[in-house]
Design a protein around this ligand. Structure first.
Ligand code: SF4
Length: 180
């Protein structure tokens, strides 16, 4: 699958912005793992795709460095105002839905071992099986976040034509498909 075909497919799925980037331009930082450990979201240790279960940060950052290409995926959603937390949640869910839809379409066409990263925790199940000590219910849909792999999203996006912030009363989310 060519880069232009990948971009075309991502736009057809509904992403606002899409850019093919060299994976070496991805900025990595361990600091987001510290934010996860602070457990402000309450998901630390309660989801297989969140720290610490998702894996050692140094190993995950090293994994990112094994790839040569990235497809950066962006959605921009309009909010009612800057306190529209419901709108933010809906926009995040929509971003995850689009990411999984694109991944389902392109995964068979990309090399084995390609990786798809999303926003926030996995969120595929209303309650992660980790909370009940059961195996992941849907490994093909389990998705870790960019931050879980140490990706510094704002610094990475700064190296592209996409914008990290897209105007008043909007919320912007990013995803990333990594491949060789
Ligand atoms: S798919 Fe479900 S069980 Fe598996 S990591 Fe995601 S939320 Fe947890």
């Amino acid at each position: 699958m060519s880069y232009s075909e990948l971009i075309k497919e991502a736009k057809a799925v509904g992403f606002t912005g899409v850019e093919h980037i060299p994976a070496e331009s991805i900025v990595l930082s361990r600091e987001f793992r510290d934010a996860c450990a602070a457990n402000r979201c309450g998901a630390y240790g309660k989801c297989y795709m969140c720290p610490p279960d998702v894996g050692d940060i140094d190993e995950l950052m090293a994994t990112v460095r094994t790839y040569t290409h990235g497809l950066l995926l962006q959605t921009v959603a309009q909010l009612e105002d800057s306190y529209d937390f419901e709108g933010m949640t809906e926009a995040r869910k929509n971003h995850s839905r689009l990411t999984r839809e694109l991944w389902k379409r392109v995964r068979p066409l990309l090399p084995d071992g390609s990786l798809c990263l999303g926003v926030g925790g996995c969120g595929f199940c209303s309650k992660c099986a980790k909370r009940d000590g059961l195996p992941c219910r849907s490994p093909e849909n389990a998705m870790a976040s960019l931050e879980a792999y140490g990706v510094n999203v704002s610094s990475t996006v700064a190296n592209t034509s996409l914008k990290y912030v897209n105007g008043q009363d909007t919320v912007t989310y990013f995803g990333l498909i990594l491949f060789n």
